[in-house]
Design a protein around this ligand. Structure first.
Ligand code: SF4
Ligand code: SF4
Length: 166
């Protein structure tokens, strides 16, 4: 298979918050530290290298891009102070802009759009909150119709629905 590198890709990542992408010297500490990589095929070092090599299409369509849990272990351990999570978030934003959003993340975004929260409250959580002496519904947009109206206005103004491909 012939792969055509896109050398603008790394500049796009830098422009979107991943300024340190070229600082990586491929030591592999991030991969060895990554809890997600222990359970999946995701290799942090490889993802950063793909970005450096300009493998735009391959990176933005890769499921690996969505397996990072943003735990920041790699960022804390990187000997080159590469802000790896910032790079991954920059690449995710570029992926979404190009119509590539991982299905699981899309479901979370849809929940946010519908409820104003990424995790909607259910009866079990309500009971747990009550047992702890808290209000059944947290004092957030979930409990405030006015706040939800404001939230909906923001979602409309930002075009979030379109962004997540709804
Ligand atoms: S730990 Fe840092 S320098 Fe090493 S491979 Fe990962 S990003 Fe690159
Ligand atoms: S922040 Fe992401 S890439 Fe880094 S160690 Fe955690 S899960 Fe792995």
């Amino acid at each position: 298979m012939t792969v055509t590198p896109n050398m603008d890709f790394v500049n796009d990542i830098i422009a979107n918050g991943g300024e340190s992408v070229n600082m990586c010297y491929q030591c592999g500490t991030c991969t060895a530290s990554c809890p997600s990589g222990r359970q999946t095929s995701f290799r942090t070092r490889r993802l950063v290298r793909m970005a450096q090599l300009g493998l735009k299409d391959e990176t933005l369509s890769s499921e690996d891009l969505w397996f990072c849990t943003t735990c920041y272990t790699c960022t804390e351990r990187c000997p080159r102070d590469v802000a790896i999570v910032d790079i991954i978030i920059a690449m995710r934003n570029l992926a979404v802009a190009s119509g590539n959003m991982f299905e699981g993340h899309k479901k979370v975004a849809q929940s946010l759009l519908k409820n104003g929260h990424t995790v909607p409250i259910n009866d079990e959580v309500k009971a747990q909150r009550k047992a702890l002496g808290l209000s059944e519904v947290p004092p957030t947009v979930l409990a405030s119709k006015d706040a939800k109206k404001d939230f909906d206005k923001i979602m409309k103004a930002t075009g979030f629905k379109k962004t997540i491909g709804e």
